[in-house]
Design a protein around this ligand. Structure first.
Ligand SMILES: Cc1cc2nc3c(=O)[nH]c(=O)nc-3n(C[C@H](O)[C@H](O)[C@H](O)COP(=O)(O)OP(=O)(O)OC[C@H]3O[C@@H](n4cnc5c(N)ncnc54)[C@H](O)[C@@H]3O)c2cc1C
Length: 449
């Protein structure tokens, strides 16, 4: 079946074939075109879920729960089950995801293969840390049950392994307790980058969830000004709230039905949005309020297909992490370059990662400061800026996040992931991706021949 499956950023556009996986008991299909790659929900921004000229093995059909123990919170499910499915099953029984990214529309397999992180990285580390076991299917028919003690080397290679070690068929995940679906949240405005570091130093010990929005168009003394959001699960007395309904995630919501013209997002409209957003949230600062987990964790999910607001050319995200010791300086330089480029981005997120070790050989999170920003695809101007940001990150000893990436160069990948040599031994010979060929320099080598 030929299908135009894309990544979330809709850049690059590629042609690939799709083959659905439906039964965990079946071997991988034979005779498919080109290299293979698992494909979850396509919520990766760049090309790590793309396989031009090859076949993506879609996992949406692997969507069954295999077991749930409401006493221990241990959940076993097929790899195509989404985080939204898990929330629907578990929240009304008093359990929540141990770690969640900023969208619930991702599959368990995709969350493992990118070893995703959330607002509680400083407490809970990455998603992979809470995966007790999974089964991996290789193209030679081998099936490996992997855990920290069983096939531990395959476990470490597959968590954060970008779908290259085989297909994860099912996984066992430890959920975390919660008393109700509410989060106690407050917001601290900060005037500049130093203010961010101060807010983080004051908040990380007392709040499980912390993240900051940054106005990336502000410059000079206001460079890095923004809003610091922090929250904790609400304590049990709030059980008096109308629980039956409130445990359910919101359904429906707005949708972007077509690609917006590219002039919709420009420096002026983003500057106006940023000023309004900063101003409005400054007014409510200091007041703690209760909010449902859904808008707290997934504000963007309420507008379906919001990626279309960037128009037909798509968009790119840049996410990097730099070590704490150089964090302030490198972030300042990155923000200065972004502001000077005048390339608009209203989605700019800053967070301090904690020191919990990530389990995967290629896991992105590590101690340091991470910044993530979306950019409309303005062609060469955008790519040049990415190149600069990548260089600053590399020179600071940091890393660029593969799940968000569509541009990083082989040199940066090597520097970001020094364990790549050890990882490469676990790559399934029948598997590959656009990302992998790019960062291994394979596309460049082929073009040169
Ligand atoms: C709005 C938004 C917010 C986000 N916020 C965050 C965030 O806060 N933190 C964060 O870390 N990420 C974040 N992301 C990125 C997203 O969480 C990851 O890219 C996630 O891995 C996507 O999962 P997916 O199911 O869509 O997988 P896909 O994008 O389809 O695939 C991702 C990778 O997983 C592999 N894969 C998929 N299924 C399997 C399987 N069964 N077996 C083996 N490999 C598999 C694929 O080959 C690919 O390499 C965000 C994305 C969006 C759109």
């Amino acid at each position: 079946m030929s299908k135009a499956l894309q990544s979330w950023g809709r850049y690059p556009r590629v042609t690939q074939r799709a083959h659905p996986l439906v039964w965990v008991g079946e071997p991988l299909p034979q005779g498919l075109q080109g290299p293979l790659l698992p494909y979850g929900q396509g919520r990766s921004y760049g090309d790590s879920c793309l396989n031009p000229g090859g076949t993506v093995l879609t996992t949406a059909g692997l969507d069954r729960f295999l077991g749930f123990d409401p006493a221990s919170g241990v959940l076993t499910c097929e790899a195509g089950v989404t985080l939204e499915d898990i929330l629907r099953l578990a929240t009304w029984q008093g359990w929540f995801l141990p770690v969640t990214p900023g969208t619930k529309f991702v599959s368990v397999g995709g969350a493992i293969a990118n070893d995703v992180h959330g607002k509680n990285h400083h407490r809970m580390g990455t998603f992979g840390r809470h995966v007790r076991r999974f089964e991996l299917l290789r193209s030679d028919g081998r099936r490996l049950v992997c855990s920290p003690t069983e096939n531990a080397d395959w476990y470490a290679a597959t968590i954060g392994g970008l779908g290259l070690t085989g297909v994860i068929l099912w996984a066992e995940v430890q959920l975390r307790r919660m008393s109700n679906p509410y989060i106690q949240q407050d917001t601290l405005p900060f005037a500049n980058l130093d203010g961010f570091f101060q807010a983080a130093a004051e908040s990380d010990a007392d709040f499980e969830y912390t993240v900051a929005w940054v106005d990336c168009l502000s410059r000079g003394r206001k460079l890095g000004r923004g809003l610091y959001f922090r929250g904790n699960h609400a304590p049990p007395q709030f059980d008096a709230l109308p629980l039956a309904k409130s445990h359910l995630s919101r359904k429906g919501g707005l949708s972007v039905p077509f690609d917006l013209p590219s002039f919709t997002l420009n420096r002026l409209t983003v500057a106006a949005f940023n000023a309004l957003y900063y101003g409005k949230n400054r007014l409510g600062a200091g007041k703690t309020h209760l909010t449902h987990y859904d808008p707290f964790f997934y504000p963007l999910d309420s507008v379906h297909a919001w990626n279309r607001i960037y128009g037909r050319r798509g968009f790119l995200q840049f996410q990097c992490v730099v070590p704490h010791e150089v964090g302030g300086g490198a972030m300042r330089e990155i923000l200065e370059r972004i502001a000077a480029s005048r390339l608009a981005s209203f989605l700019a997120v800053l967070k301090k990662f904690g020191s919990a070790p990530s389990p995967g050989l290629l896991s992105f999170p590590r101690p340091g400061v991470t910044l993530a920003l979306d950019f409309a695809n303005a062609g060469e101007r955008t790519y040049r800026l990415f190149h600069e940001l990548e260089r600053v990150t590399r020179e600071a000893g940091g890393a660029v996040y593969p799940a968000k990436d569509a541009r990083m160069e082989p040199e940066t990948f090597q520097a970001s992931f020094p364990q790549v040599g050890a990882f490469a031994r676990f790559v399934d010979p029948a598997f590959s991706s656009a990302f992998w060929r790019r960062v291994k320099g394979a596309d460049a080598a082929a073009a040169a021949r």
